[in-house]
Design a protein around this ligand. Structure first.
Ligand code: FE2
Length: 651
């Protein structure tokens, strides 16, 4: 047996991942255990969980892999400082103590923290992202594109994966970064860099792209191959402690929006403009990758790959036959990539993709398109009947789908009996339901307009809740979006919720063919489910559009009819699939609202205790902990206490 622990830390979203004989058996972000959102400290809790999940101690590990190269990163900081000196002294001085006392001694620190005496291996930041994208993907052969803020020097990279080989072919270097460009606008619009990018993306449909031309002319030169060059006179991230400065203010008519202040049409237009430019860059990069590699499939990772609107456009553009995106596309996923790099690249171990095993293939429509393409080629060559018959024979209604991420359900789970003991010890009123009856119970609550917190199975790895730690609601209700935003999530009300839909029903509700298991692709609600706008409603502007129902599932339909889609398969997530099926039987609708189980500013819940606390801090109506159902009515008055998080912790 070979056990490899992958780690990512010290930037944002620290994480650990355990690989046993090449299989990802556990992965989790540190924030879920420490309850500090985007926790960047050494992932001691996550590592301990991974080892426990694998039944191992650090002593039994064969290798430990870290997701980037601190020395090279330090070199970049130092060289950037020299280039901008003396202007960059403040940011340099701020960063230095941490590097000198801590980060430059990473091997020693990791060894000490883990109690591991072997050699620690370091992977390039973008190679970790690339490995996290290609190796778990279903494809035998695929191009790889990574895009983020910055790693050591690289900000984007492209490569090609074949079997167990992964070769990086080109990269774009700091400071020219699509991720930092997007983050500069995140900052300027008053959101937090490295976490508010999602909010900016959600704001874009309310705006017009009126600044896109200024962005293209002044801020960024976009080449035909998708490479970019930023005009650094406008950006402060290389040499100051902020992202943007006076140049931005002059160009966009005033200072940056103060966080938490009222959103204006300017921010909406800026959001739409930078979203359009980002999509242009991503599409050009993808076309270049397709041209240089000739690959049919594309794998992606890096923070920019979390932009599901751009991902949806990319899929729709048909540049590649299919794309697969690492669910933990940000730096947490680097832990997965670092571990997989050791297994396949350092140790040279073989890889068997789902495509090769026959447990993945394209959807029916795409297979038919491919068949037509092959047929016409074959006709030109004077043959093809046999081949056509062969392709048709393998077309099924729901083609198999499998990747190496196990639906991202790689975190801790809690047995029903353990939860019951805890509920008894706390004297919380609950009802235990037979597992077979649970989906029906949840579906009834949802159909009755209740908001339900669901904790079942293993916790998700990556930023999205996928039915393991989710808050659910009825998407048909016009009031559900504002109820869930204001009473449950305590957040800005402009952000849309995401729908989970039965995979087999998805095409009837969304303009989407295929799998989107990780909620990383946007698609539109089909025209037949949309609601026509009245002349009066069409005149609404910006955020006024929010309260106008757009479809028969208004709670998950954005103002431009788009939705951030999760398709659910029985084989990946049986309980969640059964809940959706039951809801469909009851209502005719195979879609539910799925939002992450947390409140604003808090990481997604991990343990049943976290879930109960979140349940009681909000106006949620019901809580489902495995097969135990708790209703709000009858729960004792909730008091926060110091010893709250004890029963389910790793200590
Ligand atoms: Fe990254």
């Amino acid at each position: 047996m070979t056990a490899i622990l992958g780690l990512s830390a010290y930037y944002h979203d620290s994480a650990a991942c355990l690989l046993v004989d090449g299989r990802i058996v556990a992965a989790a972000q540190e924030e879920r255990f420490t309850r500090k959102k985007h926790d960047a400290e050494f992932p001691a809790h996550a590592a301990r969980y991974c080892l426990e999940a694998g039944g191992l101690t650090a002593f039994r590990l064969d290798h430990v892999a870290f997701y980037d190269k601190p020395l090279v990163k330090f070199e970049r900081l130092f060289e950037t400082y020299l280039e901008y000196a003396p202007r960059g002294f403040a940011s340099f001085r701020k960063a230095m103590p941490l590097w000198i006392t801590d980060r430059l001694w990473m091997s020693e620190r990791i060894a000490k923290q883990l109690g591991f005496s072997g050699r620690i291996l370091f992977s390039d930041h973008h190679e970790s992202h690339a490995a996290s994208a290609f190796y778990p993907s279903p494809y035998e052969e695929a191009a790889v594109l990574t895009m983020d803020g910055v790693g050591e020097w690289a900000t984007s990279s492209l490569g090609m994966g074949r079997g167990n080989r992964l070769e990086m072919q080109a990269e774009l270097k700091f400071p020219h970064s699509i991720g930092l460009l997007y983050s500069a606008f995140t900052y300027f619009c008053g959101f937090k860099v490295n976490s508010g990018e999602y909010k900016l993306m959600g704001l874009a449909p309310y705006g017009e792209p009126k600044y896109a031309r200024a962005i293209r002319e002044k801020l960024v030169h976009v080449c035909e191959d998708g490479s970019i060059r930023l005009d650094m006179d406008y950006f402060d991230f290389a040499d100051r402690l902020t992202m943007t400065g006076e140049g931005f203010e002059r160009l966009f008519g005033g200072p940056a929006r103060a966080p938490e202040s009222k959103l204006t049409q300017r921010e909406m237009d800026l959001a739409r403009s930078i979203q359009d430019v980002t999509e242009e860059i991503v599409l050009k990069m993808a076309r270049h990758v397709r041209k240089t590699t000739g690959a049919r499939y594309l794998c992606m990772a890096g923070g920019v790959a979390l932009n599901c609107v751009a991902n949806g456009r990319l899929l729709e553009a048909g540049i590649f036959d299919d794309i697969w995106i690492q669910p933990a596309a940000g730096d947490a996923g680097g832990a997965v990539g670092a571990a997989l790099s050791i297994w396949h690249r350092h140790l040279g171990m073989p890889r068997e993709s789902a495509e090769k095993r026959g447990t993945w293939r394209l959807g029916k429509k795409k297979e038919e398109e491919k068949e037509r393409e092959i047929s016409s080629n074959e006709r030109e060559a004077g043959g093809g009947e046999t081949l056509r018959a062969g392709v048709s024979a393998c077309v099924a209604d729901l083609p198999p789908y499998e990747d190496g991420m196990s639906g991202a359900f790689l975190g801790p789970s809690y047995p029903s009996t353990q939860i019951q003991d805890w509920l008894e010890s706390r004297h919380y009123p609950y009802r235990t339901v037979h597992p077979a009856a649970l989906p029906g119970e949840v579906a009834k609550l949802l159909a009755d307009g209740k908001v339900v917190g669901l904790l079942q199975g293993r916790m998700e790895f990556g930023p999205r809740a996928l039915g393991g730690r989710s808050i659910l609601g009825d998407p048909r209700s016009p009031a559900m979006q504002s109820v869930m935003n204001l009473k449950i999530k305590f957040r800005e009300s402009f952000r849309p919720f995401a729908p989970s839909v039965l995979r087999e029903e998805a095409a009837k509700w969304f303009t989407f063919e295929g799998d989107s298991p990780y909620m990383l692709l946007c698609a539109d609600v089909v025209p037949g489910k949309r609601r026509a706008m009245t002349a009066e409603e069409n005149l609404l502007w910006g955020i006024e559009k929010l309260n106008v129902p757009r479809s028969s599932i208004p709670a998950v339909t954005h103002v431009d009819y788009s939705a951030r889609l999760q398709t659910v398969r029985r084989e990946t997530n049986p309980v969640y699939h059964a809940i959706l099926s039951s809801f469909q039987e009851r209502t005719g609708c195979p879609v539910v609202v799925n939002t992450s189980f947390n409140v604003r500013g808090e990481p997604i819940v991990c343990t049943p205790e976290d879930a109960y606390r979140c349940f009681m801090r909000t106006a949620m109506d019901a809580l489902v902990l495995e097969n135990h159902v708790l209703l709000r009515d009858g729960q004792p008055v909730f008091a926060e206490s110091e010893d709250w998080r004890k029963t389910f912790t790793l200590d």
